[in-house]
Design a protein around this ligand. Sequence first.
Ligand SMILES: *Cc1c(COP(=O)(O)O)cnc(C)c1O
Length: 405
Amino acid sequence: MTHTTASRTTDLLAEVDQYSANNYHPLPVVIDRGDGVWVWDVEGNRYMDMLSAYSALNQGHGHPAILGAARAQLDKLTLTSRAFHNDQMGPFLRELCEATGFEQALPMNTGAEAVETAIKMVRKWGYQVKGVPADQAEIIVCDNNFHGRTTTVVGFSSEEQYKAGFGPFTPGFKLIPYGDADALSAAINENTVGFLFEPLQGEGGVVVPPEGFVARSRELCDKHGVALMADEIQTGLGRTGRLFCCDWESVRPDVLIVGKALGGGVYPVSAAIADSEYMSVFEPGDHGSTFGGNPLGAAVGRASLKVILDERLPERSDQLGSWFMEQLRAIDSPHVQEVRGKGLMIGVVIKESSGTARPFCEALDEKGVLAKETHHQVIRFAPPLTVTQEELEFALGKAREVLKA
Ligand SMILES: *Cc1c(COP(=O)(O)O)cnc(C)c1O
């Protein structure tokens, strides 16, 4: 697994450098093949994928059931637009509602679109059902949040870089410290329509809130007639060791936002899910998407969800995640401040005195483990949930070498 700066990689990196906007800082690996938890670069080197495309690949690369569903649907019908019906969207939404325990779902493509959908739904619910005066609706959000990259969504980010140069922003959002239920209580007023939060912050650095925060948020939202909006785009569909991270505190949100792994790493599929009390505010023409609910995406979504449930991936994530986290904590490293997470969503926090997490990720990459730093100090370990203990042992060996050095 020696890292060759062979010419094909060099050429491909130079091409991207010339033709792509410079909005990412990827590790210098060019991948051209994937299978399960493994990917190969253009030089033929094999790596274990410890990022899973930010949890969009919970089912692993090239899952045969998902590819099979996609191939079959490709040969039949791929796009109708919502101007007509297709035979895949209804079954997809029914299966999604049955799996999540909600009455209705509105299909979108990317996560950010599903978040926007949830915001529109809850605002209109606030005006129509709760009786908030026109244009006064407030949604409470958390410091260190990540809900996507649209102008409205970055407008309520607490990360300066996400916002700098992109204003003016949409009003109507209020920030509170993450995990602070007292702050939530204090921030709620008569115009508050929703509380939008991640039950575990992924992009924010794998931040686990204090135990009880989600349940207390539920109570406060119930007490004040506020919609609890859980962004489970990254934490959902088995990642944290439960089907949804809110399940850890037995909480059912009012609006559940899903994406990423709902498309099984094959196609972008997302949804805002809620009971009809909320969903019924939408009337024809209120909201839409050319590709949302398309038959290819719906067929892929059905197969992706079925794999999560049939292969009991939440249970796998719970068991293997607990074991892996224990093993990581047992590494005697001068660089590690903390290992935290739930299920197979694990962050290894590097001490500031040891520099940033980036060189550790680069060293892991050289040894055949693809991990990406998040929020400067955190190495994220989030392999496909189909990973085996033997495969995790491989990653663990490399992590030991890198963290002890
Ligand atoms: C990735 C992510 C999003 C945005 O999803 P996109 O598909 O990139 O638009 C929103 N919320 C959370 C918690 C995410 O992790």
